[in-house]
Design a protein. Structure first.
Ligand SMILES: Cc1cc2nc3c(=O)[nH]c(=O)nc-3n(C[C@H](O)[C@H](O)[C@H](O)COP(=O)(O)O)c2cc1C
Length: 181
C-alpha cells in the first residue's frame, strides 16, 4: 500500500512575506508541490515562536502547534539570511524548538542568502545544528549572494543558474524523502 504524498514544512530565518528567505522557501515549496508533495509554511509573523527560555515559553501554544506540525512532516526546506557570518538568531531559535523526537530521521534541504558575496558559512552552521537534531541534510545546497539584486520587480529570480540549483535541491529532497521515510 502506498504511503501517500510526502509532507514538507518550510522554515524561513526572517520575518514576513517581503523577506527574501521567505521568497526562496516559498519558491522551493511550490516546486515540491509540483512534484506531488503536500506543503506547509510556518509563518512567524502570524505565529511567532518565543525565545527559548523566556518566561512562559514552555507552555506557549504556538510552540506546541509548531512541534506537532513538525512531527507530522517528512521533510523540511530551510532558508536563513547570513548575519555576521552565521544563521540569523530567528533561524537558530526556530531550530532550537525542534528536537530529535520531532525531526529525527527526517530530511532537510538548506538555502541561505547574503547581502555580500555568496559563501557556505550559514549552510555549514545549519548543517551542524541539524545533525544535532538527528536530521538528514541532503548534499545539495544553495547560497544566494547579493540578495538585494536577486529578484526582479515581479518577484522572479534574475539568475537562471540559481533557479536551476533550487530545482535540483528540491528534486533531491523529494527523492531522498521517499527513500528514507
Ligand atoms: C545583523 C545583520 C548582519 C548581517 N551580516 C551579514 C554578513 O555577515 N554577510 C552578508 O553577506 N550579509 C549580511 N547581512 C545582510 C543579510 O544577509 C541580508 O539582509 C539578508 O540575507 C536578506 O534576507 P531577508 O530579506 O530574508 O532578511 C546582515 C544583515 C543584518 C541585519
Amino acid at each position: 500500500m502506498g504511503k501517500g504524498a510526502i509532507k514538507i514544512l518550510g522554515l524561513s530565518g526572517s520575518y514576513g512575506n517581503d523577506s527574501k528567505n521567505t521568497r526562496l522557501v516559498r519558491l522551493a515549496l511550490a516546486m515540491a508541490e509540483e512534484a506531488g508533495a503536500e506543503i506547509q509554511f510556518w509563518e512567524l509573523t502570524e505565529k511567532p515562536l518565543p525565545l527559548v527560555g523566556e518566561e512562559g515559553c514552555w507552555q506557549n501554544e504556538n510552540v506546541k502547534e509548531f512541534q506537532s506540525l513538525a512531527s507530522s512532516c517528512d521533510a523540511f526546506i530551510v532558508s536563513s539570511p547570513e548575519y555576521h557570518g552565521t544563521m540569523s538568531g530567528v533561524m537558530k531559535n526556530t531550530l532550537d524548538w525542534l528536537y530529535k523526537d520531532h525531526v529525527g530521521g527526517k530530511v532537510f534541504a538548506l538555502m541561505s542568502s547574503l547581502g555580500g558575496m555568496s559563501n557556505s558559512n550559514t549552510l555549514n552552521h545549519m548543517r551542524v545544528c541539524i545533525r544535532w537534531l538527528h536530521g538528514w541534510v541532503i548534499p545539495e545546497q544553495v547560497a544566494v549572494g547579493h540578495i538585494k539584486e536577486a529578484f526582479d520587480d515581479d518577484g522572479n529570480l534574475c539568475d537562471d543558474e540559481i533557479l536551476s540549483r533550487i530545482e535540483t535541491l528540491v528534486a533531491s529532497l523529494v527523492d531522498a524523502t521517499k527513500r528514507l521515510r
